[in-house]
Design a protein around this ligand. Structure first.
Ligand SMILES: Cc1cc2nc3c(=O)[nH]c(=O)nc-3n(C[C@H](O)[C@H](O)[C@H](O)COP(=O)(O)OP(=O)(O)OC[C@H]3O[C@@H](n4cnc5c(N)ncnc54)[C@H](O)[C@@H]3O)c2cc1C
Length: 345
């Protein structure tokens, strides 16, 4: 391999590492992206649903408007660049399942912050949600990786931590010298020797792709579980959520049963259901449900861009901008995502 000097070495080719790499290139930075395609990536499994109002209490994401505008313009500019559609707007029909959700909805109906997002349907147990969408994450990553490869910026390798030499102003990994290394390893960040002091709380999830002879729903259906008919003809059902350790990335008959049982309770009747694919992955969730952004308190050339949990497709475009402004213009990171909120032992 040729000796190379770059501005930023990025570890991880999921949505976080790949979008960060792309935005750095747009800023004129020289980058090198490394990931091991044999190491599973949550981004390959994700349904890519973008939903700013979540949970039983129907909580609106902080800063939702900015996040949504940023992700929409990011994905649309990538669509123009690659002449492919990745971002699909799709309203959601949310079915309230119990008293807690119904009383949350009663409160939200009188809250002007929610008017734009939640619309009554005439049925007190059904809400129509706006500003929801899904990202075809896999198609986007294929295009980005192809482009990085074309520009000789992509290398498939497993990064072993012992291979990284840390200096005050740069790092060295094998044939690469970089001013900074940014780790975007998804949930495996919890094993990174420099960042394992951060409270990760990875959550396994499983998802099914179905076939049916019935007409698929035009909205995203949400009744705790969700059902999403994609524009390329898939009908996706998900997702389970488990934080109990030990976690693995294997599909399980239990998750399949759970999802299919819950499908029967959904207010939609589908004939001749067949499971065509089952996938499992681990979300890079964190204990305080906020991302991890920043640089190691002692080794300033080591950075982390991780912890996007269940919301990578909505959060990552905005936080790539925030992170790059921090690196380039020394703008302070928002306290809620800055890793300085934790003490490094
Ligand atoms: C079942 C399921 C459903 C989901 N649904 C949604 C959804 O609908 N909407 C949504 O927004 N999010 C969803 N998510 C969450 C979403 O997947 C994540 O938020 C996002 O993909 C995280 O991206 P990431 O790049 O941080 O991590 P990952 O995609 O896991 O990427 C990590 C990368 O690091 C690489 N790597 C790790 N260690 C090394 C190493 N030592 N050397 C080299 N490479 C390494 C891996 O190969 C991979 O490329 C879902 C997740 C799951 C599991």
């Amino acid at each position: 391999m040729n000796e190379q000097t770059v501005d930023i070495l990025i570890v991880g080719g999921g949505l976080a590492g790949s979008l960060l790499a792309w935005q750095c290139i747009q800023q004129g930075k020289k980058i090198h992206l490394i990931f091991d395609p044999k190491i599973p990536s949550a981004s390959k499994v994700a349904a890519g649903i973008i939903n700013p109002v979540t949970g039983q209490r129907l909580v609106l994401q902080n800063n939702a408007n900015t996040l949504l505008n940023t992700c929409k313009s990011c994905y649309q500019s990538l669509e123009e660049r690659f002449n492919t559609t990745f971002y699909f707007e799709k309203p959601m029909r949310r079915y309230l399942r119990h008293h807690k959700e119904e009383s949350a909805w009663k409160k939200r109906q009188n809250d002007p912050n929610y008017t734009d997002y939640l619309e009554p349907t005439g049925n007190p147990k059904i809400i129509l949600q706006h500003h929801t969408a899904y990202l075809d994450t896999q198609a986007l990553l294929n295009c980005l990786h192809h482009e990085f490869k074309h520009q000789s910026m992509l290398e498939h390798a497993t990064v072993q931590f012992d291979d990284i030499d840390i200096h005050a102003s740069h790092i060295r990994w094998r044939h690469i010298t970089a001013q900074r290394i940014i780790f975007c390893e998804g949930w495996r960040g919890q094993n990174n020797p420099w960042f394992r002091y951060l409270p990760f709380q990875p959550a396994k999830g499983e998802i099914l792709d179905l076939k049916t002879s019935s007409i698929s729903p035009e909205h995203i259906i949400n009744c705790g579980r969700w059902l999403l008919a994609t524009d390329d003809g898939r009908l996706r059902l998900g997702a389970t959520y488990h934080v109990q350790q030990p976690l693995d990335e294997l599909i399980s008959p239990q998750a399949k049963d759970t999802l299919l049982t819950d499908l029967k309770d959904m207010p939609i009747s589908l004939e001749d259901i067949e499971v065509v694919q089952q996938q499992a992955g681990i979300r890079p969730t964190t204990l305080d449900k906020q991302p991890f952004l920043g640089f190691h308190p002692k080794h300033h050339a080591l950075g982390i861009f991780n912890g996007f949990g269940s919301k990578g497709s909505m959060l990552i475009p905005y936080y790539t901008q925030v992170f790059i402004e921090h690196v380039e213009q020394q703008k302070a990171l928002p306290k809620s995502v800055d890793i300085q909120r934790f003490t490094c032992a």
